[in-house]
Design a protein. Structure first.
Length: 126
């Protein structure tokens, strides 16, 4: 999971979204109940967050027989790939990976509610 805020802390909505996207990405299509347990979310929070991600075209619900599964759309796969690239930028490496330009130019400008990237410093500001 992307990160708790410590004992007694709460995850942000963004962390919950990333946790869901990464679990679906790593397992392929997954049953909602399994996703609930893997992301450590209540059923209510999971369904609300999956609906939020679905409204944004990142996840889809697939009916397989009598089972309902949650999977990623192409946009969801792209989002997870960008998330991995962004995480590699803030890891303990001294040199940014080539994906930095892609994340800085394509991904971050589409997320204005989460802050801005300062081109001069390469740092993310809330």
């Amino acid at each position: 999971m992307s990160g708790f805020a410590g004992i007694g802390g709460r995850r942000s909505r963004l962390d919950m979204c990333f946790d869901i996207l990464e679990e679906v990405w790593s397992h392929g299509e997954i049953k909602p109940t399994q996703l609930m347990y893997k992301t450590n979310l209540s059923w209510k929070v999971l369904t609300e967050t999956v609906a939020y991600l679905g409204d944004r075209g990142l996840v889809k619900t697939v009916e397989v027989g009598s089972r309902r599964l949650i999977g990623l759309t192409e946009a969801g796969v792209s989002c997870v790939s960008s998330l991995h690239a962004a995480r590699s930028l803030v890891s303990h490496e001294t040199e940014p990976e080539p994906a930095f330009e892609y994340v800085a130019e394509k991904v971050l400008p589409s997320l204005p509610a989460y802050g801005t990237l300062k081109a001069s410093t390469g740092k993310f500001a809330w």
